[in-house]
Write a protein that binds this ligand. Sequence first.
Ligand SMILES: [Zn+2]
Length: 289
Amino acid sequence: MKRLITLWTLIILLVTGCAPAGFHEPAPADGILKVIFIDVGQGDSALIIAPDGTAMLIDGGVPGAFKTVDQVMAVYGVKKLEAMVGTHAHDDHIGGLVNILNKYPVGRLYSNGQEDSRVYSAFLSAARVQGLSPQPLQAGDFFQLTDQVVCDVLGPENAQESQGNAASIVLRLRYGQHSFLFTGDAEKGEERAIVDRYGHKIRSTVVKVGHHGSATSSSPAFVQAAAPNVAIISVGENSYNHPDNLVIKRWQQMGAEVYTTERSGHLALESDGDKLYLAAQKTSQALAA
Ligand SMILES: [Zn+2]
């Protein structure tokens, strides 16, 4: 049975905004998995740091969010990314990744292979400067961030036959007893394909709710199959009615504690593979100081 200990704790480094002592060293290998949902306003960005310090970034918010993502990476001592994932080619997901590619060495780059936006062209150009070209991911694929941190790709079923949000890469990351489901902006059609293919195997401790909590996503069958302890909505000020109140209730009714980056700021989850801790702080101000 999954064990969850929720602690509202202070992450001193984030609160003070100071770089850690080992800033010029690789991210510290402290045996703890860290998943930080970065408050990038209306958009998505999640930084994953494996127990051995290996880092991965899933999305980077809008172009203007680069500074925030960069600051959070610095606070955690991340100097390079082993992997970067652009879930789909929209501005609020891969916009900030362009300057991250310009600044940080990246080992492996993943996308859904769709070149359907101007920002995606900029993303490809920045990748090319590093000699990278994105590897396409789709349902059934699998990759390891490290020996202990593995990612199953649940969607899209067929990137070439879908577009925009519906072609979002959906990843389920596993470490020890816990799993984290990253949904990009997947909508009901893609959710249905995932539930049809995987059923309750998508059960996860933590879910990054699809499409900023929009009513276009979080269909009842998907929410029921994922049944997380924690649901994170990455959202900022917007005119789309994100997040939808019924969507929030649906996740809560399945037993999830729901948090939004808009209200909580950066949301950092940490796990030793057994226990899971949640630390949330309104750190934007401290980071900008
Ligand atoms: Zn989005």
